[in-house]
Design a protein around this ligand. Structure first.
Ligand code: YOG
Length: 142
């Protein structure tokens, strides 16, 4: 059974957000703002429904899904693209202890992977060969 991802997690590192944002076509202006943000993840589970909130002082992004079920996602406020299930993929799955999301859409080889390692929440966001690696530590006061 994978360790629980649930809780409030504060960003401690963020490597190559720039490369990831460039592949997504984010403007220079928004990239500069995004680089300065200390993102927070609030991850909740209600039955088989997961809710991942990405929170910052500039903008928030909320994504909810059921593991193994197809979904459509509109990345509102990020790069504003629609990504969705293909016939061959169920989109968020557990691969061992990693929660893996494939974001099928206009951008090739796009998705993310979350896992816990040494009490930290790890996230890789990838798109077209660029990988942004983020690490979060648990905020026990929230
Ligand atoms: O999370 O896919 O946890 O949905 C990474 C920054 C900045 C907007 C967000 C908003 C994407 C301008 C990853 C920052 C850069 C820059 C906070 C969200 C795009 C636009 C919302 C994500 C997954 C995995 C769950």
């Amino acid at each position: 059974m994978p360790s629980s991802l649930c809780g409030t997690w504060d960003m401690v590192s963020n490597v190559n957000l720039e490369g990831y944002m460039i592949t997504l076509g984010i403007s220079c202006y928004l990239r500069k703002i995004a680089q300065k943000l200390k993102q927070r993840k609030v991850i909740e589970q209600q039955g088989d429904l997961y809710i991942i909130k990405t929170i910052s002082t500039f903008r928030n992004y909320v994504f909810s899904f059921k593991v193994g079920q197809e979904f459509e996602e509109f990345t509102q406020g990020l790069d504003n693209r629609h990504v969705m299930a293909s016939e061959i993929c169920s989109l968020v799955t557990w691969e061992g202890n990693k929660l893996v999301c494939q974001q099928i859409g206009e951008k090739k080889n796009r998705g993310w992977t979350h896992w816990i390692e040494e009490d930290k929440l790890h996230l890789e966001l990838y798109c077209e060969g660029q990988v942004c690696k983020q690490v979060f530590k648990k905020n026990v006061n929230e």
